[in-house]
Design a binder for this molecule. Structure first.
Ligand SMILES: Nc1ncnc2c1ncn2[C@@H]1O[C@H](COP(=O)(O)OP(=O)(O)O)[C@@H](O)[C@H]1O
Ligand SMILES: Nc1ncnc2c1ncn2[C@@H]1O[C@H](COP(=O)(O)OP(=O)(O)O)[C@@H](O)[C@H]1O
Ligand SMILES: [Zn+2]
Lengths: 249, 249
């Protein structure tokens, strides 16, 4: 999908490109992007992850990827996670964050377009793009710079989901790409002692809002210490749960 | 405390200035700064809050403060929360975040110094400074720009508390201001059904690390939906809990 003017590297063929968006930082968008990519891969698809979230190296960290980028005859070769996900991260090529330099939209989107077109991704069924947080021009220009097949929204119960869905919809319309659905992350905590579903942030409204605004509600992910533990250990792709499976169903 | 070269507005006398620091964003540093300020006020002190956290308007939002800044004969008059906290926020004078402009350390610290010296704070027992997140040059130059009496660190169980304490210590030494202690926020969730203390992010290590590194452990704050609810409603200063009281004891 997308205008035919996009080229890709020799030997590269990208199936569907999905962008993962959030209303603001800290809702676990990068974690959800990683879990979705890992689950698609587990079900037999070839999956790449393009980390365009310049606010922090959540993607390379969660997948245990360190700074090696190699260049081959067909272009820059993406790093590979131990599970087999192909990963290219803006965070591996940016100057250190202590420089307090912010990359504006056009610079980031130019680099993302370059990663899309010049990386030797090989054959991919899915390319998952982890966008910078928020619904400003920065993620918008990034989505405009590549052919996009769908957008997944990530919120937490504390967010005004309605506002984010409304904004994402406008952006999606201008991009000719559908909003594939809403995932409500950190939705609840399961008490290991009595099994109660506790809502530590706020009441969950993601589903009723998605339904009211006519977009698919993909599911709730719990606040699970296993997610943070695996992410910190660079093994987030190993996380498996009913909840993640349901997001893809 | 602090070099005698700092002036304050006519009629203004500031007692102790406390800066609240975190290792990274999203650990609830602004919320903790607000809760500490509110508790000090509840115990009878006159308290001001200087919001230097340019990453977002958590302070004005949590205290229900909107954009009105008035100027009087003695300088800019701080806004006042309904509970009586005096508040000056960088977020009320910054351009909108969609401008994707980042204020570098020297610009922010210059503005903070100006707020400190030119606001008609009146008589304050405590001025609580909400710093930008992290331990980079940005919060450091801000702390260098005003007379500082102490630093409070906020972490969440997911953070490497040791790394943050070590870094804060170096900064504190160069500033001649003590690290007053560590608060571990979002430390646990209390199951409303069975009372179990669930740890949704990770195991709590804040206390053992603080003890090992010889700084006071001020306490653990739970992940409490009431905090987010009150913060969203602009009434965070109304939150009361044993845990917050213990932080001040
Ligand atoms: N459902 C969850 N349960 C526990 N920890 C989570 C969950 N989702 C994300 N995290 C953790 O929260 C932190 C922030 O997540 P991240 O994906 O970086 O957020 P964002 O991309 O929205 O800024 C990370 O340390 C991540 O491992
Ligand atoms: N202990 C807590 N329980 C529930 N929500 C919290 C807690 N601490 C902070 N929050 C909420 O988490 C979000 C982030 O907190 P904030 O203080 O803005 O973090 P920071 O200043 O570290 O970026 C806010 O919506 C705040 O209301
Ligand atoms: Zn329970």
């Amino acid at each position: 999908a997308g205008p035919p003017s996009f080229s890709t590297a020799t030997g590269t063929k990208i199936g569907k490109t999905l962008a993962v968006m959030s209303g603001k930082g800290g809702v676990g968008k990068s974690a959800v992007a990683t879990l979705i990519a890992a689950e698609l891969h587990r079900r037999g698809s070839k999956v790449g992850v393009l980390d365009a979230d310049i606010t922090g190296p959540s993607i390379p960290r969660g997948l245990g990827i360190t700074g090696r980028i190699t260049v081959g005859p067909d272009g820059v070769i993406p790093a590979e996670s131990s599970g087999g996900l192909k990963v290219m991260s803006m965070n591996l090529v940016l100057p250190s964050e202590d420089d307090a330099v912010i990359w504006r939209g056009p610079l980031v989107s130019g680099a993302v377009k370059q990663f899309y077109e010049e990386c030797a991704w090989g054959e991919l069924d899915y390319l998952v793009i982890d966008l910078p947080p928020g619904t400003s021009d920065v993620p918008l220009t990034i989505m405009q710079s590549i052919p996009l097949d769908g957008i997944i929204l990530v919120t937490s119960p504390q967010q005004l989901a309605g506002v984010i869905v409304a904004k994402a919809r406008k952006m999606a319309a201008s991009l000719n790409a559908p909003v594939l659905g809403l995932v409500e992350n950190m939705s609840f905590v399961t008490c290991p002692s009595c099994g109660e579903k506790v809502t530590p942030f706020a009441e969950s409204h993601g589903e009723e809002i998605a339904v009211a605004m006519d977009i698919p509600f993909l599911g709730r992910l719990p606040l699970d210490p296993e997610i943070s533990r695996l992410a910190d250990a660079g093994k987030l792709e190993e996380y498996r749960s009913e909840a993640v499976a349901e997001v893809l169903d």
